[in-house]
Write a protein that binds this ligand. Structure first.
Ligand SMILES: NC(=O)c1ccc[n+]([C@@H]2O[C@H](COP(=O)([O-])OP(=O)(O)OC[C@H]3O[C@@H](n4cnc5c(N)ncnc54)[C@H](OP(=O)(O)O)[C@@H]3O)[C@@H](O)[C@H]2O)c1
Length: 392
């Protein structure tokens, strides 16, 4: 029996609230806190059991500390934005509460995400006997756990990993992002990066692409990008020779993005306009549909998984493991599209394993550092079935 506090009432926060509410034997009390109280209240109204709501600015550590002292949760599930990761971790240290998130820290004025800032908290969490679990969404999150599962059961050595993320859904808008527009566009417009033979190799944004035939979807063009799980998997999968991340985009999405970039709307430096300072990307976010609003008319599926090669008992093997998630089915269950669903379900499962002390440690951890078995077992149970197969 445990009280949790979810921070962030967006697309993912809504799914986490729904999924935690479905498991009262673990999440006995739930508090949903976010910057805009009405969004918490809207989610609360969708749930079959009562939860508490609160307003908080998670950039403000002392405000957060006051709220945590008042609420006294055992665990904080941070599904606000990556900008808030460090202030929430600081508040957790101050109040002796465990921490979980789905996206690594990124400074607001610099489009550069990496784990260093959060890994630097290792000693402080360890000394206080607290646990911080980083990147427990789908990618990062389940994709890392798929790799740990493959290493545990199917490979003596993993040589290459290709993480492939396909959203073949239709939301009916000419241009919208499936998670927070600011974070999504910063990620997609960044230079590509992958790891090969001990070195990181940089590419122009979306410069490398190829087609892949996704199960239940068909061929889609996917583009090489840098993604945060590459950094932790290079550290945690011994002997890895190459790891890359690919994401599919429609031509419609890419054309809009190119125009927005060309006219300066994706800039993150301030622009002076009629006596005000405006950050173009933040203004663009205000114009675009909220990710949490996309679900109602979303159709189609996502397919996210890992193609892995390596050796077992001296034999070369090629292995593919993936999940398929249906947008309309996700909406029917929790009023959210599949991207939010595939992020929120793993966050809930990670929280459950922490609260049940199945996954336990003092310090800062990435998900692949724990035994994948209990997580893999719970994925289909809570809505994310997975399929694995060996390829010729
Ligand atoms: N690992 C994965 O697979 C994965 C996939 C998708 C997304 N993610 C991550 O999940 C997180 C949530 O994404 P989302 O799509 O749900 O975004 P979203 O719909 O934009 O929701 C973000 C929520 O955080 C709130 N928030 C922002 N700043 C805050 C602050 N200073 N204090 C308190 N609340 C604050 C927002 O409040 P307002 O409504 O007031 O703005 C909003 O409710 C992001 O970090 C994203 O990168 C991870």
């Amino acid at each position: 029996m445990s009280k949790v506090m979810i921070i962030g009432a967006g697309g993912v926060g809504g799914v986490v609230a729904h999924k935690c509410a479905q498991v009262p034997e673990v999440f006995s009390e739930i508090v949903l806190a976010s910057r805009t109280l009405e969004k918490c209240q809207k989610i609360r109204a969708q749930l079959a059991r009562p939860i508490e709501t609160a307003r908080v600015d998670a950039d403000n550590t002392s405000e957060l500390i006051d709220l945590i002292r008042n609420v006294q949760p055992r665990l904080i599930i941070n599904v606000a934005l990556p900008y808030q990761d460090l202030s929430i971790m600081d508040a957790c240290l101050e109040t002796a509460v465990d921490y979980l998130d789905t996206a690594n820290y990124e400074p607001p004025d610099e489009a550069r995400f990496c784990y260093k800032w959060q890994w630097d908290y290792q000693e402080r969490f360890r000394q206080k006997g607290l646990m911080a679990l980083l990147g427990c969404g789908f990618d990062p999150g389940v994709t890392n756990i798929f790799c740990a599962h493959a290493l545990k059961h199917h490979f003596d050595e993993i040589h290459t990993i290709d993480i492939m993320d396909c959203n073949a859904g239709e939301h009916g808008h000419p241009f919208a992002t499936n998670f927070n527009p600011e974070i999504n566009i910063r990620e997609v417009t960044a230079r590509g990066r992958y790891y090969e033979n001990g070195k990181w190799i940089e590419t122009d944004p979306l410069a490398i692409h190829k087609s892949f035939d996704f199960p239940q979807i068909g061929p889609r063009e996917m583009y090489l990008m840098y993604h945060e799980e590459l950094e932790s998997l290079v550290r945690n999968i011994p002997g890895i020779k190459r790891i890359r991340f690919w994401m599919t985009f429609s031509q419609e999405y890419l054309t809009h993005l190119r125009v927005l970039q060309n006219v300066g709307m994706t800039r993150i430096d301030p622009v002076h306009y009629k006596g005000c300072e405006i950050i173009p990307l933040q203004f663009l976010k205000a114009l675009l549909p909220e990710p949490s609003s996309l679900g109602e008319n979303y159709t189609g599926k996502t397919c996210i998984g890992c193609m892995i090669t390596g050796v077992q008992d001296g034999r070369e093997r090629k292995y593919y493991i993936y999940n398929i998630c249906d947008h309309a089915a996700a909406y029917k269950e929790v009023k959210a599209q599949a991207i939010a669903y595939t992020t929120g379900v793993p966050a809930m499962i990670g929280a459950m394993l922490m609260l049940q002390r199945t996954w336990r440690g003092a310090g800062v951890f990435n998900v692949e550092e724990f035994d994948p078995a209990p997580f893999m077992e719970k994925l289909p149970q809570y809505g994310l079935p997975w399929t694995e197969k060996f390829l010729a």
